[in-house]
Write a protein that binds this ligand. Structure first.
Ligand SMILES: C[S@@+](CC[C@H](N)C(=O)[O-])C[C@H]1O[C@@H](n2cnc3c(N)ncnc32)[C@H](O)[C@@H]1O
Length: 205
């Protein structure tokens, strides 16, 4: 992941760190933020939120004021150092962690936005084992339009499963992730038939 940022493999040559068009295109970002803020604001007692794979924080920076505490995590050390310097707010923390290997912070709600799509099934499995402790998961995945084969395995990195007509679906094999309830919060169809970016709210327990 360090190399992806250093070599600007997700685009954004004019940025120091760039997490991809999914994190910057207003047509994608605005409706996503509206839906997530609507959910966060529905609680009289604000939630503690943990953003796993927070990236360049172009998304997270809009959410912090709608939470009790916002804990943003990424595996790229230099990115976390840059985020710490650039984004300051009460009750905002940044941590450099490998979410597939390290213990994760306590929170009410996890945000996983366009992260699992880049990871192998083994890594996703390791992460899922740790997600049962969170009441809510807001999961965003870039998946094909129409029917697709869920969870074809990939090597973790820059790419996603889309070219193989596949995408992450946690309830399908090999994950069979059990949840209490789920609701689609947002769906964006990417131009030129290049799939859809789907955001689902899972109630875990
Ligand atoms: C495509 S970016 C999305 C960033 C952000 N969630 C957003 O939507 O703007 C994926 C992010 O996940 C991070 N990531 C990938 N594998 C990780 C891991 N094992 N532990 C923590 N972060 C990871 C990457 O470094 C990258 O910043």
């Amino acid at each position: 992941m360090d190399q992806i940022y250093e070599q600007h493999l997700w685009g954004g040559k004019d940025f120091d760190f760039y997490s991809g068009y999914g994190s910057h295109d207003n047509n994608i970002v605005k409706p996503y933020l509206e839906a997530v803020i609507n959910f966060l604001d529905s609680f009289s007692e604000p939630l503690v939120v943990c953003d796993l794979g927070c990236g360049d924080f172009n998304i997270g920076k809009h959410l912090t004021s709608h939470t009790k505490t916002y804990i943003a995590v990424d595996i790229v050390e230099k990115l976390i150092q840059r985020n710490k310097a650039q984004f300051k707010a009460d009750e905002l923390e940044f941590h450099c962690l490998d979410i597939s290997k390290d213990d994760l912070p306590h929170a009410d709600c996890v945000i996983l936005r366009q992260v699992l799509q880049h990871l192998s099934n083994t890594e996703i499995h390791q992460i899922l084992k740790k997600l049962r402790g969170y009441k809510y998961i807001i999961l965003t995945e870039h998946v094909p339009i129409g029917n697709f084969i869920a969870n074809k395995d990939i090597i973790s990195g820059q790419g996603i499963r889309l070219k193989q007509n596949s995408g992450v679906n946690l309830s399908e094999s090999p994950f069979h992730f059990k949840i209490k309830d789920q609701k689609t919060l947002n769906e964006h169809f990417v131009e030129n038939n290049k799939g859809r970016i789907l955001t689902v709210l899972y109630k875990v327990f």
